[in-house]
Design a protein around this ligand. Sequence first.
Ligand code: 13P
Length: 279
Amino acid sequence: MNFRNILLKAKEGKYAIPQFNINNLEWAKYILEECEKEKSPVFLGVSTGAAKYMGGYNTVVSLVKGLIKDLNISIPVMIHLDHASTKEDCIKAIDAGFDSIMIDASSLSLNDNISLTNEVKNYSKNQLIEAELGKIGGTEDGLTSDIYYTNTNEAVTFVSETNIDMLAPALGSVHGIYKGEPNINFDVMREISTKTNLPLVLHGGSGLSTEILKNAIACGIVKINFNTELQIAWHKSVIDFINNNKEAYDPRKVISAGEKSLKKVVSEYISILGSKNKG
Ligand code: 13P
């Protein structure tokens, strides 16, 4: 399995690979099962907060690798660190066996972002490296931030001075729930894709229409991240279950009440992104 080739094939074939974020054992299991059913390659996104919640980076890797083995998962799976802002977190994830790392130094100046990204790239072995330029706004891991749009010239400088595999530009998508209509700058997206010739990543995929997601893929987006929509679908089903089964106390029954709706969201996004049967 060479994920660099998988990304390049997706870029050529004008489809995108989904990143679904995981929070616990069940989420990893449901996402792996559904992606296997659809034969879609997948990035399992793990935020630093989610890694901490699950016990740590080693636990995440053991858990996912165990599931891949026990469930006979044959599709390409990348265990991906999502939005790590420190080198320490990246090192811990790399040492634990993550396949892909997002160093998010987007709150730093251009030069400092380049330096920190290069430090992580130099430490990495064969991991894919994703970096962010500009600032993707919205709410993630309980933290809210404003959006700062990515500038094409800075993106070209950034890419020529780092040896990254994927770039996440900030072009109007946000993490969490959209307030008002999303307004994505597709012209700059296409320009950055053409001038950098690098696979681009769209964060904040939840809540974007099919048309927006497909336009983004046409403009050079190769990986699209989803977290919030899975959480909302899962939560709604679990609330319904609890309301109708007040005496149910087995956690397996409560948590798995959200399995079907979570899997439905996963398969819908795979269908929109066009990654079915590409694994
Ligand atoms: P959503 O909050 O839109 O699901 O975005 C997730 C994401 O981009 C993770 O990096």
